[in-house]
Design a binder for this molecule. Structure first.
Ligand code: AMP
Length: 305
C-alpha cells in the first residue's frame, strides 16, 4: 500500500558527547521516508526546502524510491534549520536554534499522483500544515498518524488540538506526552491524549523503549541495548517511518500488527543512532533489518514454567 509523508526536510547542526557536526541533512520527513523506503515501494513526500538545499540529497531520496514530486523548492528561500545539543545521557537534549524559514508559510500541494494514498504520516512540522494536508486529500486515508513536539505545544497549541481531532494515531515522547496532557503518569497521560482524538497512541521513551496504547490495551517494546550510540537525532522519526512503512506493507492496522510495527520501528531506530544524521540509514539491507528484529524478539522472550 502507498504512504504519503509530510514533515520537515532540514539542515541540522548537532552536538553529542561524541562529536559535533556542521550543517548536515536532517528533518523529520527525511528520516521517515528513508526508513519507510525499506518497507514500502510507494513512498510519497510532501515538504518544502529552499534553493540552498543540495540537489544530490534529493537524488539520494529518489534513489531510495521516494517520490519527490510534492517536494517544493522555493528558489529564493532558506531551508528549515534546527540545532540541538544532547545531554550526557543522550536521552534528553536542548534545542539551540529553530529557524522555520520556508516551512513557516508553506502551502502544501498534493500532486494528483498522490491522491488515494492509503497511509498518511504527518511528521513533525507546523500543525496548520498537517491539517491542510488532511483537508487536501480527496479521500480520507485508511490510517492517519501524527508526530509533533513541544515547540508546537508552546506556540501553536490550538492548531495542534484541531489536527489531533482528525488523526487515528499519534506518536510523541514521554516528556511531550506529559506536557500535552498535564499528567505525570504515562497511563493517565495516554488516556487524556486519546480523549483528544487519536484512538491509538505511541509514547517513545528513547533508550527505554516505546509504549503502544489503544483503548484499555498496552504493549511495551524495549529498545535494544547497543554498543555504539553516537547520535539519537531522528530516532523518533525513523521509528515512525519503520512503524507505518511496515503497516503499509502489510495493509493491516489491527492492534496485533501494530505490535509488530512497533518492533520494526524500534529496530530501524536502533540503526539510526549508531552514526551521525542519516548516515546509517542510507544503505541498510533487508537481512540486517531482519537480523535486528530477531534480536528484539530474543531480548524479551522468556518462558514461565
Ligand atoms: P527527532 O530526533 O526524531 O525528534 O527528530 C529530529 C529531527 O526533527 C531533526 O532532523 C530536525 O530537523 C527536526 N525538527 C526539529 N525541530 C523541529 C520542528 N520544530 N519542526 C519540524 N521538524 C523539527
Amino acid at each position: 500500500m502507498s504512504l504519503l509523508t509530510v514533515g520537515s526536510v532540514a539542515f541540522d547542526a548537532l552536538e553529542t558527547p561524541f562529536g559535533k557536526t556542521d550543517k548536515i541533512i536532517g528533518g523529520a520527513a527525511t528520516y521517515i521516508t528513508l526508513s519507510a523506503s525499506y518497507f514500502t515501494k510507494d513512498n510519497n513526500l510532501v515538504a518544502v526546502v529552499g534553493g540552498d538545499f543540495p540537489k544530490e540529497m534529493i537524488t539520494l531520496l529518489q534513489d531510495h524510491g521516494i517520490n519527490t514530486e510534492g517536494l517544493e523548492i522555493v528558489q529564493d528561500g532558506k531551508t528549515f534549520f534546527w540545532s540541538g545539543k544532547y545531554h550526557e545521557d543522550m536521552n534528553t537534549r536542548d534545542t539551540l536554534v529553530t529557524e522555520l524559514n520556508v516551512m513557516e508559510h508553506f502551502d502544501p500541494t498534493i500532486p494528483d499522483s498522490y491522491q488515494g494514498t492509503e497511509f498518511l504520516m504527518l511528521g513533525n512540522t507546523v500543525p496548520a500544515t498537517q491539517k491542510l494536508v488532511i483537508e487536501r486529500m480527496a479521500k480520507r486515508p485508511k490510517l492517519i498518524m501524527l508526530d509533533t513536539m513541544n515547540l508546537w505545544m508552546n506556540i501553536a497549541m490550538d492548531d495542534l488540538k484541531e489536527v489531533l481531532k482528525m488523526v487515528d494515531l499519534i506518536t510523541i515522547n514521554d516528556e511531550e506526552a506529559r506536557q500535552l496532557s498535564g499528567e505525570y503518569s504515562l497511563r493517565k497521560a495516554a488516556k487524556k491524549i486519546m480523549e483528544m482524538g487519536p484512538k491509538t497512541l505511541i509514547i517513545k521513551k528513547g533508550e527505554h523503549g516505546a509504549l503502544l496504547f489503544q483503548e484499555d490495551r498496552i504493549f511495551f517494546a524495549p529498545a535494544l541495548p547497543l554498543e555504539e550510540v553516537f547520535d539519537p537525532t531522528g530516532a523518533g522519526d525513523v521509528f515512525a517511518g519503520g512503524f507505518i512503512g511496515y503497516l503499509a506493507s502489510t495493509n493491516d492496522i489491527s492492534f496485533e500488527n501494530m505490535k509488530r510495527g512497533v518492533i520494526y520501528g524500534s529496530a530501524m531506530a536502533s540503526f539510526c543512532v549508531e552514526k551521525f544524521g542519516t548516515e546509517r540509514l542510507v544503505n541498510l539491507s533487508r537481512e540486517e533489518i531482519n537480523a535486528r528484529v530477531q534480536e528484539f524478539v530474543n531480548l524479551s522472550s522468556f518462558e514461565i514454567q
